[in-house]
Design a protein around this ligand. Structure first.
Ligand code: ZN
Length: 84
């Protein structure tokens, strides 16, 4: 599963990828192309950064769902009680 989201640098306009686990509201990341410090906040005017935050949140939710599904499928394979 791809755990990275794309971030468009507001300074050089190039796209780089960062792990979704790192992308949270208020977090700062360096652009991998021009090394500019980018502050990721949902209050940003930059629609690309807002999109990156949203994508990261959705990706983490999907990962949580995958963990839940794996846990549930293990429970489902446990011996079941016979119905009367
Ligand atoms: Zn840049």
């Amino acid at each position: 599963m791809d755990d990275k989201v794309k971030i468009r640098c507001p300074a050089c306009a190039r796209v780089f990828r960062e792990k979704a686990g790192r992308i949270r509201d208020g977090v700062q990341v360096n652009c991998q192309n021009c090394n500019k410090l980018i502050t990721l906040t949902k209050e940003t005017e930059d629609p690309f950064l807002r999109k990156a935050l949203k994508a990261a949140r959705e990706l983490r939710a999907a990962q949580d769902a995958a963990v839940f599904a794996a846990t549930y499928s293990r429970a489902a394979t446990a011996p079941k009680r016979e119905m009367p």
